[in-house]
Write a protein that binds this ligand. Structure first.
Ligand SMILES: [Mg+2]
Length: 415
């Protein structure tokens, strides 16, 4: 018998930002400024003493729902072989399929899935990138966090210079304000400040209509932008395809999509030059890898969104080198820091993701639940040879027949 899951712990953390940030969704009145990132963590411990750490996240709302969903389905993992990632993912997916195989439900599973991949790589003694099959030991990285709309243009310019001096390789600024002329002024100021050689991207966060996006795209063709990100509503695949066909500047989108089919639609319609999947949002590394394989097949660039701590590994394992987004918002959660040098982010050489929760993170923990032990009367027959998920082994395990032995559940005080 191989190793088995001995304990699973979920945590809900609220990580404050140093200062609230605003993108075009705030400028158009759709959202309030972003003041914190909520993170769902999953820590898995095995009988052999290995530990996997995964996480998912939300902005503004939804993490309590993710935590509740994980708490409902997560104890299924107890006593299971953590290397059977695809099988466990499938089981957890179907366990909560009543609320849909997308959004909150799968984003809760993402934390589990990432923890299982982290664990598998640690078992192999390899960084996740090398377990997956790596093409490079570092990836190009660009900064986003200095280019938000709440910042006056002088501050954006200063932050961009600072990022470049710290070894970042490109700069992205936010656009998509109700007055496009203001976007153009800020963009021209940044381009002039940085010169023509610095890779530059813009991100409209879905706030233009098709006509405005086309006009903006035509107005900036000569600026040599790496891409125009989220010019349109995230679900307007046809609109993105029309823009991509009309403009010389590549289109980038995909960060808001939470299923493989939604992202595949962008690929099928040739709607992007840069596809931007996000591991937590799309439900984990397992579905992300399906998207990446199809994007590769279509000869696309993949520039994953946010959570550089996970995406540095996946970008290193993708055939065509693209960009990893440098946003340091989650760094305080972790003990380790990613190394940046010469425009590139180094893939950690530690096993797994190369991450551990910082001791100080406990101050931001709002909730926690832990499942430990194995199901009474449970045998491995179902897990090995029974029906899907091992629920048909007749062994009477789980809450259906035996109840859980050694189950521990507690709430932490709000931090
Ligand atoms: Mg974006």
């Amino acid at each position: 018998m191989g190793d088995r899951v001995a304990a699973v712990r979920f945590g809900h953390y609220a990580v404050p930002l140093a200062r609230p940030v605003s993108d075009a969704k705030v400028a158009t009145g759709r959202q309030r400024p972003l003041a914190q990132i909520d993170v769902l963590t999953c820590e898995i411990t095995t009988n052999e003493g290995l530990e996997g750490l995964g996480f998912s996240y939300t902005t503004r709302a939804g993490c309590r729902a993710q935590f509740a969903h994980a708490k409902e389905v997560g104890e299924t993992l107890l006593g299971r072989d953590p290397s059977d990632i695809a099988r466990l993912y499938d089981e957890l997916l179907w366990a909560g399929a009543s609320v849909g195989r997308s959004g909150v439900a799968t984003q809760a599973l993402a934390a589990v899935d990432v923890a299982l991949w982290d664990l598998k790589a640690k078992r192999a003694g390899l960084p996740l990138a090398k377990l997956l099959g790596s093409y490079r030991d570092s990836v190009r990285t660009y900064n986003t966090s200095g280019g938000f709309l709440h910042a006056p243009i002088e501050e954006v310019k200063e932050r961009a210079r600072q990022s470049l001096s710290e070894g970042i390789g490109g700069i992205k600024i936010k656009v998509g304000q109700p007055d496009t002329r203001e976007d153009l002024r800020r963009l021209a100021a940044v381009r002039e400040h940085l010169g023509d050689d610095v890779p530059l991207m813009v991100d409209a966060n879905q706030q233009w209509d098709r006509a405005t996006a086309l006009r903006f795209g035509r107005a900036v063709e000569e600026l040599g932008l790496v891409w125009i990100e989220e010019p349109l509503d995230a679900y307007d695949a046809e609109g993105h395809a029309q823009l991509a066909a009309a403009l010389g500047t590549p289109i980038a989108t995909g960060e808001m999509l939470s299923t493989v089919p939604d992202l595949v639609r962008l690929i099928d319609l040739r709607a992007v030059g840069f596809l931007q999947p996000d591991v937590p949002r799309v439900g984990g590394i397992t579905p992300y890898l399906k998207v990446a394989a199809l994007a590769d097949h279509a000869h696309l660039q993949v520039a994953p969104h946010f959570v550089m701590e996970i995406h540095v590994h996946l970008a290193a394992a993708y055939p065509r080198e693209s960009w990893v987004e440098h946003i340091e918002w989650l760094s305080p959660l972790f003990e380790e820091r990613l190394e940046i040098e010469g425009g590139r982010m180094r893939v950690p050489d530690r096993p797994g993701l190369g991450l551990s929760l910082a001791d100080t993170a406990a101050a931001w923990r709002l909730d926690q639940v832990e499942f430990a032990g194995v199901a009474a009367g449970r045998s491995d027959r179902g897990a090995v040879g029974g029906g899907p998920g091992g629920w048909s082994d007749g062994g009477g395990f789980g809450r259906v027949a035996g109840g859980w032995a050694g189950r521990v559940e507690f709430r932490a005080d709000a931090g």
